[in-house]
Write a new protein. Structure first.
Length: 313
């Protein structure tokens, strides 16, 4: 098995979610030779080893990023519950599988001195990380807030419904301004309309909080108003966490098809191949071509190529 066939094994396993049984049939019927499951497993680990340096390069870049979108989802390893974390930067995406879904993963990956902007949902791990790191700025996802407000608007209590419907109207006006951004010229007009729409939302939030459900939503704004509207004052910040959610969708599909991993070697493989797949797609590069390059240099004990495009670092 030369570099291209070895890379093909990694491509079939990582990109195509193929099982070892399916890969054996492919090589038997298409390529024309038989190969054992054990040999396929060894080849996958060879591809994984070739991706170690490119992965660690991106891991070292993360703490220095100005803006990161982060999300997490479940991961199964031999029946135990782990978490897959997704860190999406402007030109690359990195995944990390960990037994924890708490703030200690953020501390381990980003450190206590990360001073960029973190786009995320309202999950408790991010709020704890805010308390542990005074330098970090957060943009909480407004789309997640809309889902919670929609739930409030369908609540049996009429007071909750009225409060939820009023907030929904204000949120629709905010996003209507965002979607019509190109129509506002110059940029100052857009900022003014957006500021006015957000001010109306905050005014509506403060008007009545006479039930526990209303108070829960209202307290979010009292405590984290700056973190919900940071996109108003920081250029290049998205009001939602859609970028990370889109990047982690591939992981959820892979989990459904493969039923997880069986040990640290499988976890490292998933981290590395997911990172390469998403980053190459982000940069409009060929995943298979990159795998061929990394496997070739790995087999010849040469320096590994960077997963970052030349113009992206």
């Amino acid at each position: 098995m030369g570099p291209r066939l070895t890379a093909l094994v990694g491509y079939l396993k990582g990109v195509c979610h193929a099982s070892f049984s399916t890969m054996r049939k492919f090589f038997r019927d298409v390529v024309g030779f038989r190969i054992s499951r054990g040999q396929l497993s060894k080849l996958v680990q060879k591809v994984s080893a070739s991706l170690k340096e490119p992965y660690e390069e991106l891991l070292a870049w993360l703490p220095g990023e100005d803006v990161l979108n982060v999300d997490e989802t479940g991961h199964k390893d031999r029946g135990k519950r782990f978490g897959t974390w997704c860190f999406r930067a402007a030109c690359y995406t990195l995944y990390k599988i960990d037994a924890s879904r708490g703030s200690d993963v953020l501390l381990d990956v980003l450190g206590k001195d990360f001073d960029g902007v973190l786009g995320c949902d309202y999950f408790s791990a991010y709020r704890k990380y805010m308390r542990l790191n005074d330098n970090v700025a957060v943009q909480f996802c407004l789309a997640h807030l809309i889902r919670d407000v929609k739930f409030l608007a369908t609540h049996p209590d009429s007071r909750n419904r009225a409060y939820g419907e009023e907030l929904l109207c204000c949120l629709r006006r905010v996003f209507a301004v965002i979607h019509r951004r190109e129509q506002y010229k110059p940029e100052e007009h857009f900022q003014k309309h957006l500021y006015d729409a957000c001010s109306d939302l905050l005014w509506a939030v403060h008007q009545r909080m006479d039930t526990p459900a209303c108070t829960n939503i209202g307290q979010r704004f009292f405590t984290h108003a700056d973190s919900y509207f940071r996109f108003l004052t920081t250029p290049g910040i998205e009001p939602t966490n859609n970028l990370a959610e889109q990047a982690i969708r591939f992981v959820a599909i892979h989990r459904r098809l493969t039923q997880g991993t069986r040990g640290p070697a499988g976890q490292r493989w998933c981290e590395r191949i997911f990172t390469v797949i998403s980053t190459c797609q982000q940069q409009d590069r060929s995943v298979f071509a990159f795998l061929c390059d990394t496997v070739t240099t790995h087999l010849h004990n040469q320096p590994q190529p960077s997963v970052l495009a030349p113009d992206s670092s």
